[in-house]
Design a protein around this ligand. Structure first.
Ligand SMILES: C[S@@+](CC[C@H](N)C(=O)[O-])C[C@H]1O[C@@H](n2cnc3c(N)ncnc32)[C@H](O)[C@@H]1O
Length: 346
């Protein structure tokens, strides 16, 4: 088929097709006498894929990887693209909310430059918070032997003490039925999410680590895995009946945790449930008391481990949930491990 016919068939222009050829995405045969391009059925299918990926916002460079990298599937790339679009969407939402506030402040024809500037700085901080998180623990590298490692107690400090008990308690607390949808954020290898599958609950496992998602898929093919972040969950508004998360929230800072709760709340249905099992202290006084004890015992292993992560202050999380119309219950398993279970009031 010639270029004009291909363009018509694919609802594009000959110019775009030549551009993708120039960028090395397609290589149609050229007739030697007149340089006319001839497109085979395979060329047309490939071009259709390129156009589809462009339409969902993927860059030409990324598409090149999709088409040439044998180690990653089309599905992997689409997953990454969806995660990037959700991050953009969150950023747009923050910007629109800020503009709304600016419009409200200037509605009477006057405005305070410092207030407008203040709003813009708040927005800048939010953008920073959403973008600056990095995986300093290298979860991709931990994925392969994660399940093995959690069974091995630390020398003088075992963060996984009561792990099984806590996950079972979380699963018992949740009130889910056949066909309900549950998102497990920071799903890792799927140890919590998988506990809902036998009830006919649809589980979406979300994680920033592709390697963790890969192991999760291998162990539990029925969990739908999505690449994504606590601060931009790859879910639409009110898409799930429950959000669960175990041993993951302590990888984001305190202010990020509040944004994460907002995100969980956004994706939950009206009477949705949240269950968080994580390393946390009950409040600041409890944090000091536990840390002082470790110090007195000379337990540097514990002090280092706590310093390296962001153990929550449970009272701040429960305060946020109560203020935002949730009924909250908590359960403490040991000095550093607790559960928060919250139900949205209709
Ligand atoms: C210690 S593992 C816990 C895995 C699993 N939930 C469990 O209970 O065994 C922490 C997981 O949280 C994920 N994680 C950490 N920070 C995250 C973030 N900001 N957004 C999404 N996932 C995150 C990591 O990639 C990792 O898979």
């Amino acid at each position: 088929m010639h270029i004009k016919d291909v363009a018509t068939q694919l609802n594009t222009t000959a110019r775009s097709i030549r551009y993708y050829e120039q960028k090395g995405l397609i290589t149609p045969k050229k007739e030697t006498q007149n340089d006319y391009r001839t497109f085979t059925d395979t060329d047309i299918l490939r071009l259709g894929t390129i156009l589809a990926l462009r339409e969902v916002g993927m860059s030409v460079e990324k598409i090149k990887h999709v088409l040439h990298n044998p180690n990653m599937s089309m599905n992997d790339y689409l997953n990454i693209q969806r995660s990037a679009l959700f991050e953009k969407w969150m950023e747009m939402k923050d910007m629109i909310r800020t503009i709304d506030k600016m419009i409200a402040q200037t509605a009477d024809g006057h405005y305070s430059a410092s207030e407008i500037f203040g709003l813009s700085q708040h927005l800048k901080n939010l953008k920073g918070l959403r973008k600056n998180w990095e995986d300093k623990w290298n979860f991709d590298k931990q994925a392969f032997d994660y399940d093995q490692n959690i069974k091995m107690a630390g020398y003088r400090f075992n963060v996984h003490q009561d792990y099984e008990k806590a996950l079972s308690k979380a699963a018992d607390m949740m009130n889910l039925e056949n066909n309900d949808m549950c998102a497990d954020v920071g799903v890792g290898t799927g140890n919590l999410g998988a506990r809902f599958l036998h009830q006919g609950v649809g589980v979406i496992g979300i994680d920033q680590s592709e390697e963790m998602l890969k192991v999760c898929r291998e162990k539990h093919p029925d969990i739908e895995t999505r690449k994504g972040h606590f601060l931009a969950l790859p879910l639409l508004d009110q898409q799930v009946d429950a959000v669960v998360s175990s041993y993951a929230l302590h990888h984001i800072s305190d202010s990020e945790k509040i944004l994460a709760l907002e995100e969980m709340s956004r994706v939950l249905t009206d009477d949705g449930q949240i269950c968080i099992v994580d390393l946390m202290f009950l409040n600041e006084a409890h944090r000091s008391q536990v840390i002082n004890r470790f110090q007195a015992e000379g337990n540097t292993e514990a002090i280092y481990a706590i310093d390296d992560e962001f153990y929550a202050d449970q009272s701040k999380l429960t305060d946020w949930l109560k203020t935002n119309n949730y009924t909250v219950k908590t359960n403490q398993f040991n000095d550093i491990l607790s559960m928060i279970y919250a139900v949205k009031k209709p």
